[in-house]
Design a protein around this ligand. Structure first.
Ligand SMILES: [Zn+2]
Ligand SMILES: [Zn+2]
Length: 129
């Protein structure tokens, strides 16, 4: 099974549905995957508890992989530190090609745009913290 995309993730899955949450590495903003019902076609004829558990676990892994992939759409990868962060915590630097997360921006990086401080307005995630 793959490593969760973000540092923190939650498995909400139960015997009826599969669902997972991922959280921004900086602010903890949650993205929750769609709930997917556990396919119960032919499920009732499986009376062997162990078999049922194995099938469930296998499906859970498949659904986790899907959710983990979909999470890429919601969390940006900081090229500097490798954190996965939500849009609000990601600084699209207008003046250069540099993109980085709010944490890297705040760490006094000399190459960071000068507007990335407390007075920063629109694009930088710092003020949203
Ligand atoms: Zn965030
Ligand atoms: Zn970073």
């Amino acid at each position: 099974m793959s490593v969760p995309l973000t540092k923190k993730s939650t498995d909400h899955s139960n015997l009826a549905v599969f669902s997972f949450s991922f959280y921004c590495d900086i602010c903890g903003k949650e993205w929750k995957s769609k709930s997917v019902p556990f396919e119960s076609d032919g499920f009732s004829i499986i009376e062997h508890e162990e078999t049922r558990r194995l099938i469930w676990a296998k499906e859970r892994d498949v659904e986790f992989e899907k959710a983990n992939l979909e999470a890429h759409l919601f969390f940006n990868l900081c090229p500097k530190c490798g954190k996965r962060v939500c849009d609000a915590c990601f600084n699209y630097n207008q003046n250069s090609e540099d993109e980085r997360c709010a944490d890297c921006c705040a760490s006094g990086d000399a190459s960071c745009d000068a507007s990335c401080d407390a007075s920063c307005d629109a694009s930088c995630g710092i003020k949203n913290r």
